[in-house]
Write a protein that binds this ligand. Structure first.
Ligand code: BUJ
Length: 640
């Protein structure tokens, strides 16, 4: 991801004023294609091959063949026909929102990921009050830039030297909106990305509802919600004209909150957002009925939540835990995103996932990191304004019924039980880096993915369903497609690198195999990014079939379908100089959640698991050994 540059502005309320309107490309974004049914079936079978025995595979092959020529064809025709009538969106968008919003499990751990910011290089700016004021102000500047439609649109530049500049913006601006995407793509090999998720970044929240949660936006909102010690504080950060309050005033309000000498609440309400959605729905209703509708609305309508924590944390393990789940009292997991700040100024974002994906959050993340570090608004010598913060800041009080009080106590027990059942470890491997992998002429991502395959095989002598998230933001309302990194070739690599097997292949045979793995992985990545994976297509067909009623086609009842969707290895990566680390919990009890980064100076990964199902420490060791073996082999050294 590149930092976009655009016209700077002296207006303190804006990050910049882009030459190109934020929505310049939105109308001309390409429509997400529905892959050909035959291709989906072929890709699906290929992905199934390494996961099944010969016998299971031939059964699945027959089922898929039958589907392709019968129910599959009819369903697909219907899917295509419906899609033709809905050119303003894509065939999987609604079903994907529903997948998130109908999920009744808790969103803490099961859905919300986190991304942690690098420290400000100037240590004196990592003070909790200074940094939270700066982050708050930069976030508001980002929000105002976005709302005024002058946030530089997100563009994937294939050749940044040629297109990530203002000449490109001036030229493309002249192309009428219905054609703008094609102009950028054809003239500059620059691919504008969908920006439809961004309107839910701010003043947005998920509300628990029976059966299906709701996404609520409060566009006229002017206040922020701060959580500290489990208490909610609100104050206006924009004046009546929508201008950002003077930064020294914001600083004064935050200082007031940070020095409020209040005991943590006996019944910390925020823990309810970590409950399963049905329990939370009922308790929320009870809270509303107990006369708190307006107070609760203050929380829902806040521009975002700032969580000011009391603990000073330094080691990676404690930081990851704090950013992924915290102690249950000081997070509001329903908010579109929360900005988290430890007492020693370590910062992160934890985000609710139903409304949007990593690409949108990362853009906000990168821009505020850049603004706070390059263009800080308050400094170590800044004095908070002499204003009446006591009058401006309101601590919210809730009247809780006995049912809710009991619900909170029960939720705290559930929260502690669930979060303490999660294990976490990380690896920062410096002996082989992105630069080395490029020197071997391999795709760095495939190298990393192969190390996960080899590590799991080393640990359990098995190849399992693996999910790698891939953005499809190049398409209108595009979200993600799945890359399937476990292939017959990676399975072969796992076997060839298996030192316990007795006969070791030659270095050149091993190198050849790694190259093949890389080639296949790159092809799968390209396909997924172009909307040519099989997962979303089958998901769309299954959703349609469920909607139409009757028995589901056998392909969806096949245990192999359940099994490939039981993603034991769930992986996601992002690269940005603003990110220190990031992660998420496993998506199944017996899985690993793998957030990884590929950097010029290290290969890193943060991994979660639920013991005793999996042993994350041992897995990390296996990744390290796999990376060492891969590196050695690519350097021409034999396996030891
Ligand atoms: O695929 C999807 O539709 C969404 C996925 C779901 N899932 C997380 C289950 C895969 N969501 C995302 O991919 C968003 C994840 C955002 C967090 C990514 C973390 C990346 C960490 C990079 C840095 C690691 C460096 C470690 C150094 C020790």
């Amino acid at each position: 991801m590149m930092f976009s540059s655009s016209a700077p502005t002296s207006d303190p309320d804006f990050l910049h004023k882009s030459i190109l309107p934020t929505d310049h490309f939105q109308a001309s974004l390409p429509h997400l294609p529905i892959p050909k049914l035959e291709e989906t079936c072929t890709r699906y079978l290929k992905a199934q091959r390494p996961l099944l025995t010969d016998e299971e595979y031939s059964k699945t092959e027959k089922i898929v063949d039958q589907f392709k020529n019968n129910e599959g064809r009819t369903l697909n025709e219907e899917l295509v026909a419906t899609d033709k009538k809905n050119k303003h969106t894509n065939y999987v968008s609604e079903a994907w929102f529903d997948m998130y919003l109908k999920d009744r499990r808790a969103i803490c751990l099961n859905q919300n990921p986190f991304m942690a910011f690098n420290d400000d290089p100037r240590s004196e700016y990592n003070d909790q009050l200074i940094r939270s004021t700066n982050f708050l102000v930069s976030s508001l500047r980002f929000m105002k830039t976005l709302q005024a439609n002058v946030l530089d649109p997100e563009v994937f530049h294939l050749n940044p030297a040629k297109s990530d500049n203002n000449t490109f913006r001036r030229v493309v601006r002249l192309i009428p909106k219905p054609l703008a995407f094609y102009g950028a793509a054809l003239l500059y090999k620059a691919y504008p990305l969908d920006m439809s998720q961004y309107h839910r970044l701010f003043a947005s929240t998920r509300i628990p509802r029976p059966d299906k949660d709701e996404l609520l936006s409060s566009p006229n909102s002017r206040h922020i919600v701060v959580l500290r010690k489990g208490h909610f504080y609100v104050f206006d950060v924009l004046d009546v004209n929508g201008k950002i309050l003077p930064v020294e005033q914001i600083m004064s309000h935050l200082k007031y909150i940070l020095t409020d000498n209040v005991k943590p609440p006996e019944f910390p309400l925020a823990v309810l957002t970590s409950q399963d959605r049905d329990t939370w729905t009922k308790l929320r209703q009870d809270i509303v009925e107990s006369g708190n509708a307006e107070t609760l609305n203050k929380v829902d309508a806040g521009l975002f939540v700032l969580c000011l924590d009391d603990e000073e944390l330094n080691d990676s393990g404690s930081l990851c835990r704090s950013f992924l789940h915290g102690n249950g009292m000081n997070r509001w997991f329903d908010k579109s995103f929360s900005l988290l700040m430890t007492a020693n100024g370590k910062a992160a974002v934890n985000f609710e996932h139903s409304w949007g994906d990593g690409v949108a959050v990362l853009r906000y993340f990168n821009d505020v990191f850049k603004d706070t570090t390059k263009n800080a608004h308050v400094h170590p010598d800044t004095k908070p304004a002499k204003v009446d913060s006591k009058a401006a800041v309101k601590r919210l009080e809730f009247q809780l019924s006995d049912t809710t009080k009991q619900g909170i106590l029960d939720s705290l027990i559930d929260f502690n039980k669930t979060t303490s059942s999660l294990d976490m470890d990380f690896i920062k491997y410096e002996a082989c880096t992105k630069k080395d992998i490029k020197k071997y002429k391999l795709s760095p991502d495939s190298f990393m993915q192969l190390s996960f395959q080899m590590a799991f095989y080393r640990q359990y002598q098995k190849t399992v369903a693996t999910y790698e998230s891939c953005s499809t933001a190049a398409f209108k309302h595009g979200r993600t497609e799945t890359i399937r990194p476990a292939t017959t070739m990676t399975q072969k690599a796992c076997q060839m690198f298996d030192k316990s097997s007795g006969v070791l292949p030659s270095v050149s045979e091993l190198q050849q195999c790694v190259r093949e793995c890389s080639k296949i992985h790159s092809q799968l990545t390209k396909e997924a990014a172009m909307g040519q994976g099989f997962d979303r297509h089958l998901f769309g067909l299954k959703t349609l079939s469920t909607k139409m009623g009757g028995e589901l086609p056998e392909i969806f009842r096949d245990p192999a379908y359940a099994s490939i969707n039981h993603n034991i290895l769930s992986t996601s990566t992002l690269s940005s100089s603003a990110v220190m680390f990031g992660g998420f919990a496993p998506v199944v009890q017996d899985g690993y959640g793998i957030g990884y980064g590929i950097d010029d100076s290290y290969l890193g990964s943060i991994i979660t698991s639920y013991p005793p199902h999996r042993k994350v420490g041992q897995f990390v060791q296996c990744i390290e050994e796999s990376l060492t073996d891969l590196g050695n082999v690519m350097e021409g050294k034999p396996l030891k």
